[in-house]
Design a protein around this ligand. Structure first.
Ligand code: SF4
Ligand code: SF4
Length: 202
């Protein structure tokens, strides 16, 4: 019988292979693909607003810390755990991601401008692009129909590769620290991330 620990070990091994491939992604080729999509950000801010669709921004712990440092806000004022229905034997909720707080729109959108621009998360920096199994994916947004210049597309390729590698490394760290959905922490919600377990009361 395959145990939960075996499944995690297999998942980590798979992620390590994915990481090796990610490190070999050809940025020049990726930059050409990005340029061919015909996208350039027109800074309309719609991706930060609720009115235009899902504006959920998942963030890594180090990204939360950077925003806390810049703004002076506490962790709990920057992010919330992603909703989850996973429970342990005592009824505590377990989840795996943090998302930026919203008041409908992202709380960091001020007067149409990102107030944490320098420290905005990878998802924001690379929108509308992401890499899935190493392949370029593009979301809908108002910037289509324009085109980046060579430098911009190279910078986006570099960022996208960096984001993809970071996602894989964060997943590996999370799984290496994951001890299952065990009760016992101080709170009723546990977020499992690359730092380990964060218990909080909601
Ligand atoms: S990424 Fe797209 S939706 Fe977001 S600000 Fe730029 S053009 Fe607008
Ligand atoms: S962090 Fe900045 S770029 Fe990202 S959703 Fe919020 S306001 Fe928009």
């Amino acid at each position: 019988m395959v145990s939960g620990m075996d499944i995690i070990k297999r998942r980590i091994a798979h992620l390590k292979k994915t990481l090796e491939k990610a490190l070999e992604i050809d940025e020049t080729r990726l930059a050409c693909e990005i340029k061919e999509t015909g996208f350039k950000c027109i800074q309309c801010g719609k991706c930060c607003r609720q009115h235009y669709g899902d504006n959920t921004v998942a963030v890594f712990p180090f990204e939360v810390w950077r925003i806390c440092k810049q703004t002076g806000l506490k962790w709990k004022d920057v992010v919330i755990p992603t909703p989850s229905e996973d429970m342990d034997s005592e009824g505590n909720i377990h989840t795996f991601e943090w998302v930026l707080r919203k008041n409908g729109d992202c709380i960091f959108l001020e007067g149409g401008i990102c107030s944490v621009y320098k420290n905005r998360p990878y998802i924001c920096k690379t929108y509308p692009f992401y890499l899935y199994e190493g392949r370029l994916m593009v979301c809908e947004c108002d910037g289509h129909g324009k085109s980046m210049d060579d430098l911009e597309s190279r910078e986006m390729a570099s960022l996208l590769k960096e984001r993809y590698i970071t996602e894989i490394k964060e997943s590996i760290s999370l799984l290496e620290k994951f001890n299952g959905f065990s009760p016992g922490g101080r709170g009723n919600v546990c977020v499992h991330d690359s730092e380990g377990e964060h218990w909080l009361t909601l």
